[in-house]
Design a protein around this ligand. Structure first.
Ligand code: ADP
Length: 265
């Protein structure tokens, strides 16, 4: 079902890692769509929420999945009180009333979604609604932002060049250690030394990427870990629940992760 927009308010905390805020602002000014690439949990969603609030526009976030079709984005006829009424989807609402539409993990969506995105992402900025016969022209205060995680080794789930070349693209990585520690402190209230220890643990684990792990520990998981610590959970239990278990199901890999962590303790 269409998700409710998050209204603009005080921008949520976002620690910039490079010039991404300026680039977003320019893309907004010039009415260009933006593609955010990067691993899960590195701050892409937070970045979009932060920028939407700074720009003072509603944000429509859609987490894409493999059953998501174009009509989940554009809208559909629904039965209401015995009548059939058209209900706009989140993309249509953002185009009709202005706002940012953020399609998280866009490669997961069904292929018909790209058909809807193409006319919106060139200079026509049009959204054709076949079912209602409307052709909506996106207003100046509409922006499309999509994200995807190039780390997933799934060839079937790559963005086609004809789609990706319609977007400005920014690559996201985990913040450098001092910034990542700052994020953890700001998000959880943990002391800076505690945050830095978690970042050092993450750095060790991130070196294992590709050897044993498909995905490494994200900033999100470090925030979870610090949250557990701040709630009084024992250090090993917190690491286990927030870092080791979410990364792997394989007993040998988990033992390897514990070793990588133990060196630092
Ligand atoms: P993604 O969309 O890349 O999967 P999120 O934006 O949901 O990741 O980030 C997950 C969590 O990590 C956020 O809720 C926030 O607590 C924290 N986080 C990660 N990077 C940042 C950052 N640069 N600034 C502020 N918080 C961040």
């Amino acid at each position: 079902m269409p998700e409710k927009p998050i209204s603009a308010g005080k921008p949520p905390f976002y620690e910039a890692t490079a010039n991404e805020c300026d680039l977003f602002q320019t893309a907004w000014d010039k009415r260009l769509p933006l593609l955010l690439k990067g691993p899960t949990g590195c701050g892409k969603t937070r970045f979009v929420a932060h920028m939407a609030a700074r720009l003072g526009v509603p944000l429509y976030t859609v987490s894409c999945h493999d059953d998501l079709t174009a009509s989940d984005l554009t809208g559909r006829y629904l039965l209401k009180g015995g009548e059939t009424v058209w209900v706009d989807g989140p993309l249509t609402r953002a185009v009709r009333h202005g706002g940012i539409c953020y399609l998280d993990e866009v490669v997961e969506a069904r292929k018909d979604v790209t058909v809807v995105l193409h006319p919106l992402t060139d200079d026509r900025r049009l959204l054709p609604l076949e079912r209602t016969g409307e052709l909506l022209e996106a207003p100046d205060n509409f922006m499309l932002v999509v994200s995807y995680n190039p780390g997933y080794q799934n060839l079937l789930k790559q963005l086609k060049p004809s789609t990706r070349q319609r977007f400005l693209a920014v690559e996201f990585a985990f913040p450098e250690p001092a910034r990542e520690a700052e994020v953890i402190v700001r998000e959880t209230g943990i002391d800076p030394d505690g945050a830095m220890l978690l970042v050092r643990i993450a750095t060790n684990i991130r070196r294992l990427k590709g050897i044993d792990l498909e995905e490494v520990v994200s900033t999100r998981l470090l925030v979870y870990c610090a949250t557990l610590l701040m709630a009084g959970v024992d250090f090993d239990d917190a690491l286990n629940a927030a870092v080791i278990e979410p990364l792997s199901d394989d007993a040998d890999v988990k033992a390897g992760l514990r070793e990588a962590v133990a060196i630092l303790r």
